[in-house]
Design a protein around this ligand. Sequence first.
Ligand code: ASP
Length: 316
Amino acid sequence: MQGPPLIVANAEIRDEFIVAGMERLQAGAQALEVAEYVASLVEDDPAEHTVGYGGLPNVLGQVELDASIMDGATLRAGAVAALHGFRHPIRVARQVMERLPHVLLVGEGANRFAAEIGAERRVMISPGAAVAWAQRLQAICADGEPLDTIELATRALRASQGSDTMNVIVRDSAGNLSSAVTTSGIAWKYPGRLGDSPIIGAGNYCDNRYGAATCMGLGEAAIRVSAAAQVVTLLRLGWTAEAAAREVTGQIAHLIGTSHTPNHMARADWVRILVVDAQGNFSAAATRPGLSFKVHVAGESRPRLCEAASVGASLS
Ligand code: ASP
């Protein structure tokens, strides 16, 4: 039996963006269109410091953007990484899927493609993000010692902040699923660092037959367990959305718990996974308590705020 259309998103997304997506969904738009649309609204929000305009830059002061989108009906996917100077990475990711026989473009190639398709340009560093970067740099260079980029990033990342990737999973009235992820990544990252968000199977995976999963938080951990693809594989094997989210989150909690090196990104060492199965059942799990997400079911007036299950390390 088909469940109602719904949108599952991270809690940091404003209600009005999710409601705007639901209006389109109820007017007959397909999941893929709505996922891209909601992501593009978040990319314009200057109050969101880890996505699109207003996102915090890499350690050299450049905002590098990662985004991916996947269509659960066809398993087509598109992604860009280390894109800079374009307003809507998620739209560029969608066009990679539509116009090229590729899935992922990075750096200069992604920028070339965005320019060729006429994507809208924008200076992506906001005044607030520029000030935050300058202050961070000042704090880590206080001793006046000349530092290479490795040392700059290592010092800056020890006090990393900003980890709020935009995750949205949409299920339309025909039961199609689509998932979109867009981010400026971990603040003060080494230039060229990609997290899980643009990597299909790590931060984003979607298959109408089984379900969809997206991740937020420490991308390095999600990449190392192929988190999103693993969740969907568990759904394929008959696990519930909740059990699949808990299992993969437990693996990540274990990984994070064993990764305490001097370079450890101590303030970004958590992950949250959102899951929607093929029937529209949803769940979320996180490696620390107090992380929530939003669910907007067709027919309800506004999104509900739900708490993600907090999961400790597991090795099953
Ligand atoms: N997952 C993102 C990354 O590692 C970070 C985030 O959630 O903001 O790039």
